[in-house]
Design a binder for this molecule. Sequence first.
Ligand SMILES: Cc1cc2nc3c(=O)[nH]c(=O)nc-3n(C[C@H](O)[C@H](O)[C@H](O)COP(=O)(O)OP(=O)(O)OC[C@H]3O[C@@H](n4cnc5c(N)ncnc54)[C@H](O)[C@@H]3O)c2cc1C
Length: 409
Amino acid sequence: MKIAIIGAGVVGVTTAYMLAKIGHEVTVFDREPRAAMESSFANGGQLSYGFASPMGTPGLLGKVPSILFGADPAFRLPSTLSFDFMKWSLQFLRHCQPGQSQIDAEQLAALAQQSGTVFRQILSETSFDFGHRKANKLVLLKSAKDLEKAAAPTPKSIERVYREVLPWKDCLQREPALRNYNGEVAGGVWIEGDEVGDAARFSEQMVAFCEKAFDVQFSFNTNIVGVSAKEQGPQELSLSTGEILTFDSVVVCTGVAGTKLLQALDIRLPIYPVMGYSLTAPLGSNPPQVAVTDAGYKIVFSRIGDQIRIAGFADFGIASEERRRQRVQDLIRTVRQLIPDVADYSRIESTWIGARPATPSSLPIVGQSKVPGIYLNMGHGMFGWTLSAGAAQNLADLIGPATRASRAA
Ligand SMILES: Cc1cc2nc3c(=O)[nH]c(=O)nc-3n(C[C@H](O)[C@H](O)[C@H](O)COP(=O)(O)OP(=O)(O)OC[C@H]3O[C@@H](n4cnc5c(N)ncnc54)[C@H](O)[C@@H]3O)c2cc1C
C-alpha cells in the first residue's frame, strides 16, 4: 500500500519504520525542516518502560483546590477557560476516579512494557547513537502515606517489572547524588531497567535509516492543510502549496496539532496541550546515574551522555509567550533549589518549551478513524517517547503487511 504519514515526531518516524518494514511504500510529511522539532524535541529523555502511570489519579483530585488557586508549583490552568478545556477537564476528572484510574494505569503499564520490548528489537537492527543507556529509575515520593500506597499490590500487567519501595536512606544508597536533595521526600520507588536517551537524536537517525533501508520518502517543510474523506479509493492530501497528492491510506501522527485537520472530517479527538519545559546543561559536581522523577513537582532528571536534561511542570493550554518564559525561569529556580549540584546551572546550554498531546485517560489513540483509510497514532501525552515503539507496532499490526497486489499497484 502507498501510505502517507503526517508528522515526523518520534511517533511518526517510528510508525514509518514499522510500516516500511512490512513492505508498505511510505511517505512522511512534516511542516518543520527536520524530524522531532516539536513535542519530541528536548523532552525528559526517560524511557519509562517500567513506570508509566496516568496523569489522572485520585491523588490529583485532592490537589484540585490548590491547582485552581495557582498554589501548586507543578500545574497552571489556562488564563481563559475555553469550552474545549472545560470539556476535556470533565472527561479528565472522570479518569481521576479510583476505578477508572486503575484501569487506565494497567493499560498504560502494559503498553509501556510492550513498547520496551519493541524498542529493544529496533535497536538490535540499527546502530543509533542517542545517549541511550539503562539507567534504572527512582520515583521520589513525598510522604509516608505515598510510600504505603506505592507498596500496595501491583496490578497484573506490571507484575513483570521489578520495583521496590525504599525508605529515603536506601534511595541515597542507590543514588548518592541525591544526598543534597532539598525537596520534601519520604522515600521512593526503585524501577529496575528503565532507560534514557535523546528522542530528537533518535528520530533524526531513524529518518536516515528508513530512507536508506526501506526507501521511505521524507518531505519536510511541507504543511498538510487538508485530508479528503473518501469511502473508497485513494485518499487525497492537500499541501499548503496547493498541490494534491493521493495515497491508499493516511496515518495522522501530528501530536497536539492534528485535531483541527481532523475536525474537517468530523473526527473529534479529546487531545489537549499540556505544556512542559526543559533545560539541558553540562553535568554538575554531583550528577546522578539513575533517572530520577519527583512525583510531587512533576520534574524529571536524566543524565544523557555528558549532559543533564531536566524537564517538568504541567500547564494546561498554550500559554502566552510571557507566561512560558516565566515558567522556564520558575523551572530553573525550582531545580537549582531542589538539587543544586547535579547540573552546572551557570552554563545552561538550552531551554525548551513543549506541549504534551494529552488525552483524558493518558492513553494514546491508536487505530482506524471513523473514515476508512485514515488511521490515527496520536495523544501520547507525558509518555510519547516511551510509548512510541509499542504504539507504532500496534498500528502496523492493524494495517497488516503489504500484499503482492498492493505492492504492484
Ligand atoms: C516537558 C516534556 C517532557 C517530556 N518528557 C518525556 C519523557 O521523559 N519520556 C517520555 O516518554 N515522554 C516525555 N514527554 C512526552 C513526549 O515528548 C511526547 O508525548 C511526544 O514527543 C509526542 O510525540 P509526537 O510524535 O506525537 O508529537 P510531535 O513530536 O509534536 O510530532 C508531531 C509532528 O507533526 C507535525 N505536524 C503537525 N501538524 C502538521 C501538518 N498539518 N502538516 C505537517 N506536519 C504537521 C509537527 O511538525 C511535528 O513534527 C515529554 C513532553 C514534554 C513537553
